[in-house]
Write a protein that binds this ligand. Structure first.
Ligand code: BTN
Length: 251
């Protein structure tokens, strides 16, 4: 923290050796008024939360942190936080490890086609205004692949597994928080963020399959709309998707 070059993000850092979930802790703190930019970080999570109610494996050696943001935006724009976080993570990974990390829409970071990081954004809103966003980020940094169950070895990876090198966690967190702040300052110029985001996209140009509850859709991911939706060309129509499980299509 001493060397942290930011004005907002990480001005307060709440550290735990072990915790159930940094997102849950940050949410409680945000509800009792903790300021924007505060970060909850833990060495290890016992019940890390993933998207869609899944458990997120968070052993020693990884980066597990949640950042409180209080942007002056409508709840419908909250997905911007996920774009900010994914861009900041991908840039930090590339800067400190030189692996070719890419962003899989909406919120996974991949190396090759394996997941190395995930983001879980949670929101508190009042009337039609965001009160707080909890942006939870998990990065598989300094631990070996066999920490994961063998059934996951073709789906997930760690930076250490990819490079054989460990990266200082303090350095990584510092670079990440600085990157988040730089991107966050452009929150209201979302076009700029999107332009940069697209350069690291894994998803665009690929055939994707979207499973929402009603239907299964296959099409080519062609672009990101200004509101953050994924644009998918299905037959001859371009359709918008805001979330849902997007996967590469294998016939
Ligand atoms: C996903 O890929 O499904 C999202 C994973 C998000 C994990 C991070 S780790 C820090 C923060 N605290 C949590 O409980 N989850 C997020």
């Amino acid at each position: 923290k001493r060397n942290l070059n930011t004005e907002i993000i990480g001005q307060e850092i709440i550290y735990y050796k072990e915790i159930e979930s940094t997102n849950d802790a940050a949410k409680k703190l945000a509800q009792s008024g903790l300021q924007e930019g505060a970060v909850v970080i833990a060495e290890e999570q016992k019940r890390g939360k993933g998207r869609l109610g899944r458990e997120f494996c968070s052993p020693l050696g990884g980066i597990w942190l949640s950042c409180i943001l209080r942007p002056d935006i409508k709840p419908t724009l909250a997905t911007r936080a996920t774009y900010i976080a994914s861009l900041a993570i991908v840039k930090t990974i590339r800067k400190l490890s030189a692996v070719d990390a890419k962003i899989k829409w909406p919120n996974d970071i991949l190396v090759g086609n394996k997941k190395v990081s995930g983001i879980l954004t949670e929101m508190g809103a009042e009337l039609d205004k965001v009160d707080y966003l909890i942006v939870g980020m998990g990065i598989n940094l300094n631990f070996p692949l066999d920490t994961f169950d063998e059934s996951l070895h073709n789906k997930v990876t760690t930076i250490y597994h990819e490079t054989g090198k460990k990266i200082s966690r303090v350095k990584f967190v510092q670079a990440l928080l600085e990157e988040i702040e730089m991107v966050y300052k452009k929150l209201y110029d979302f076009k700029d963020i999107l332009k940069e985001w697209k350069a690291y996209s894994y998803t665009l140009g690929k055939v994707v399959k979207i499973d929402n509850k009603k239907e299964e859709i296959v099409g080519e991911a062609v672009d990101i709309a200004e509101d953050g939706a994924l644009l998918v060309k299905v037959d001859d129509k371009v359709r918008k998707f805001y979330s849902g499980e997007v996967s590469l299509y294998h016939q």
